[in-house]
Design a protein around this ligand. Structure first.
Ligand code: HL5
Ligand code: SIN
Ligand code: MN
Length: 272
C-alpha cells in the first residue's frame, strides 16, 4: 500500500497520520489471541501496573508470536513506513501497552526520542512508530493524546529524572515534561487524540509530544506500538546495551510480505 501525497504531507506536518480500520476484525481477533498467549510467557519483558498484578506492557512479542512477526512486515504497513522514513528499516522496539479496564494507569507526557537518545545513544530521530488499535479506542478508555506539530520543535526536555521506575525500560514518568512546558506547548499546538475502531493504525513521529490518561472505563485499551528505525542510524550506547527485548538486535532490513500477515498465517496452518 502506498500513502497519498496528502497523507505523507499530513504526517510530516502534524507528526502523525491515522489509517482507520486498516486491519479487519478477524485479523484483530488473531492479534488479541496472540497477545493472550504471549502474556503467559513469564520474564522481564512483562511490566505490571504499579502495585498491582495486571499487565501494563509487554515487550518484543514479535520475537515470540508469528502473528506479530508478520504484522511488522505486512504489505499494508511496512511500505507506508518505508515511504515516510527510508527503504531500509528494522524493528527497534516492539511493545503492547495493555491499559486494562478499571485501572490502566496513565502514560505521562513525553517524547519517545529523548528516551532512546538517553538510554541507547540513538544518534538521530530517524524512526517511525505505528500504533495498532487492538481495541476500539474512544474518549473513555484512555486514548493517546498528541500535540499536533510538536515534533517540529525538537526535544523539549534534556535529561531524565534521578529516580527511574526500572533499570531496563524507561517509563514516560522518568522523562515527563513539566506542567509549564506542557501548557506552553498546548497553547501553541493544541491537543488531539486519534480514536476509531480496533484495527486502525496511527503512524507517529519519535519527537511528537504525547501521553494518555488512566483508564477508568470498563473497556480495555490494548495498543500495540512498533518502532521502526533507519538501519543507517544504529544505537551507540555509552555502556552495556539494553536487553534485546527492549532494544532489538536484529537490524537486518525488513522486506514486505507478498500478502497480508493473516493470509501468510492461514497458509502456514494449511501446509504444516
Ligand atoms: N519504554 C520505552 C523505552 O525505550 C520509552 C518510552 O514510549 C516510549 C518513553 O524504554
Ligand atoms: C507510550 O507512549 O508508549 C504510551 C502511550 C499509551 O499507551 O497511551
Ligand atoms: Mn511514547
Amino acid at each position: 500500500m502506498r500513502l497519498t501525497r496528502h497523507q505523507v504531507d499530513q504526517y510530516h506536518d502534524q507528526g502523525f497520520l491515522t489509517l482507520e480500520a486498516l486491519l479487519d476484525p478477524r485479523e484483530v481477533d488473531t492479534l488479541r489471541a496472540a497477545l493472550d498467549r504471549d502474556v503467559k510467557t513469564p520474564g522481564p519483558q512483562l511490566v505490571t501496573e504499579d502495585g498491582g498484578t495486571e499487565v501494563r506492557a509487554v515487550y518484543s512479542s514479535h520475537q515470540r508470536q508469528p502473528e506479530y512477526a508478520g504484522l511488522v512486515r505486512d504489505p499494508r504497513i511496512l511500505p507506508a513506513v518505508q515511504q515516510l522514513l527510508t527503504d531500509d528499516v528494522y524493528i527497534y522496539q516492539f511493545k503492547i501497552n495493555a491499559k486494562p479496564a478499571f485501572g490502566g494507569d496513565k502514560w505521562a507526557w513525553h517524547q519517545d526520542y529523548l528516551a532512546w537518545r538517553l538510554a541507547d545513544g540513538l544518534p538521530a530521530p530517524r524512526q517511525t512508530s505505528i500504533g495498532v488499535f487492538l481495541d476500539d479506542v474512544t474518549e473513555f478508555n484512555g486514548p493517546v493524546i498528541f500535540l499536533p506539530g510538536s515534533h517540529r520543535d525538537g526535544l523539549v526536555r534534556e535529561g531524565r529524572s534521578a529516580s527511574a521506575k526500572s533499570d531496563q525500560h524507561l517509563d514516560p514518568d522518568d522523562i515527563s515534561l513539566t506542567p509549564q512546558q506542557l501548557a506552553t506547548l498546548v497553547d501553541r499546538h493544541g491537543m488531539t487524540s486519534p480514536k476509531g475502531p480496533a484495527g486502525s493504525v496511527v503512524l507517529f513521529s519519535p519527537e511528537i509530544v504525547h501521553g494518555s490518561a488512566p483508564n477508568m472505563s470498563p473497556f480495555a485499551r490494548r495498543l500495540l506500538i512498533a518502532t521502526y528505525n533507519d538501519t543507517a542510524n544504529l544505537p551507540r550506547p555509552a555502556g552495556a546495551p539494553r536487553p534485546d527485548y527492549v532494544v532489538c538486535r536484529d537490524t537486518e532490513p525488513l522486506r514486505p510480505l507478498d500478502a497480508p500477515f493473516s493470509a501468510a498465517l492461514a497458509l502456514r496452518t494449511v501446509t504444516s
